[in-house]
Design a protein around this ligand. Structure first.
Ligand code: FAS
Ligand code: PHB
Length: 400
């Protein structure tokens, strides 16, 4: 088999890249480890930056998002009994974010891909990448009991944190930066009306909580929990009781509870792999970087990687400019590091680290520093503006 771009991984990164490339007539094949239904079983992100929204529109897959997505002009941060609204629109000259679930985006992209007849090999195994430094790299994989060899010009490693692509770059050429947080997020999805029309990030002595949503009838909530907790430790009733204790009192009075339709614990980590390319292999999204979800950047950083690679590959095939491929990693990493820092900073300010030693400080001293930093930023219009500018997402960088 031969194609121009072999895409490893059929999550949001791979699907969005494949859809954009096909709009430019650039052939591509997706090789995905699990079944499509399994990909759709992952409940993850919910906030889309404007850059992501624009990409989905450019890919021609925005109908459902524009119909069902909620445009959010701001969000709240509550610290104890103090609530501060971050007025995104006013503080960024009119920018907003879109509240539309990763699950929904992934389904829209999957439906568009199957409608366009583009090839996706689900439930593939033994995926391996070869001749990455040669002009014709190839991918080997098994599917349905058959062996496949996929010849291509370039490989996009969109296979997430546990994928094969990053590990194919020789270890001695990779520099990996990591911070694992001493807590996780217990997430709950319920068909109940959201407790507020905007997101509320809550910093409390009991720990962090986030009130988010998927629509006017579907809510998404998170609680900071110790890494030793399991989902089995948390009945729906226990979750709702704890959430009420962490939400602002007047908001908690409006909380509508109901049975969970999904409940899971996600560990939090900051992770960056440098470089994000090796020969004709490009790492995209979670294959190259992971952020704690506190800044709503995970999916959005994947989108900016996709945008950069899409622009480079379009220039290669439309203008014959192969030299531009060397810009990918440098451009992608500039925005990744900015999103990583913002997510790390928000996580430090909003979570309860308890006695955990953070950066050489004892837990209490670190917490006092973070409380003071958060109060300073929330009390200053400049400070709120910095949070707003980061939250809506910095502009995507152009190719030189
Ligand atoms: P993905 O991991 O989504 O997709 C990679 C795909 O590659 C998967 O389908 C996988 O099956 C496939 N794959 C893996 N190995 C393979 C192989 N060897 N061969 C072929 N295919 C292979 N982000 C936010 O912004 N907000 C959030 O609240 C949030 N919550 C999250 C909760 C959890 C539990 C996790 C894990 C992530 C969360 N994220 C969140 C981040 C998440 O949204 C990612 O940024 C997003 O899924 C990135 O998309 P991809 O890069 O496509 O990676
Ligand atoms: C979500 O709705 O899943 C969500 C929103 C904002 C975040 C993290 C998760 O920062």
């Amino acid at each position: 088999m031969k194609t121009k771009i072999a895409i490893i991984g059929g999550g949001p990164s791979g699907l969005l890249l494949g859809q954009l490339l096909s709009k430019q007539g650039i052939s591509n094949v997706i090789v995905e480890r699990v079944a499509g239904d399994y990909v759709l079983g992952r409940i993850r992100a919910g906030i889309l930056e404007q850059g992501f929204v624009d990409l989905v529109r450019e890919a021609g897959v925005a109908t459902n998002m524009d119909a069902a997505g909620g445009v959010h002009d701001g969000f709240e941060i509550s610290v104890g009994d103090r609530r501060v609204r971050i007025d995104l629109k006013a503080l960024t000259g009119g920018k907003t974010v879109m509240c539309y679930g990763q699950l929904e985006i992934t389904k829209d992209l999957m439906d568009a891909r199957s409608a366009s007849g583009l090839e996706t090999y689900y439930e593939s195994s033994q995926v391996s990448l070869h001749d990455l430094k040669a002009d014709s790299p190839f991918v080997l994989f098994e599917q349905g009991g058959e062996q496949f060899r996929l010849e291509c010009d370039y490989i996009a490693g969109c296979d997430g944190f546990h994928g094969v692509s990053r590990k194919t770059i020789p270890l001695e050429l990779r520099t990996e930066h990591e911070r694992v947080y001493p807590f996780g997020w217990l997430g709950l999805l319920s068909d109940t009306p959201p407790v507020s029309h905007e997101l509320i990030y809550c910093k409390t002595e009991r720990g962090f909580a986030l009130a988010s949503m998927r629509s006017e009838t579907r809510s998404r909530y998170y609680l900071q929990v110790p890494l030793t907790d399991t989902v089995e430790d948390w009945s729906d009733e226990a979750f709702w009781d704890e959430l009420k204790k962490r939400l602002p009192e007047d908001i908690a009075l409006n909380l509508v509870t109901g049975p969970s339709i999904e409940k899971s614990i996600a560990p939090l980590r900051s992770f960056i792999c440098e470089p994000m390319q090796y020969g004709n292999l490009f790492l995209v999204g979670d294959a190259a970087h992971i952020v704690p979800p506190t800044g709503a950047k995970g999916l959005n950083l994947a989108a900016s990687d996709v945008s950069t690679l899409y622009k480079i590959l379009t220039r290669v095939y439309k203008q014959g400019d192969k030299a531009c491929i060397h810009q990918y990693s440098e451009i992608a990493l500039r925005r990744v590091w900015n999103g990583e820092r913002f997510s790390w900073w928000m996580s430090n300010m909003l979570h309860n680290f308890g006695e955990t030693n953070a950066g050489g400080l004892d837990g209490d001293t670190f917490m006092r520093f973070m409380e003071s930093e958060l109060n300073y930023y929330l009390s200053s219009e400049y400070g709120r503006g910095i949070i707003a500018e980061q939250y809506v997402g910095l502009p995507y960088e152009k190719l030189t």
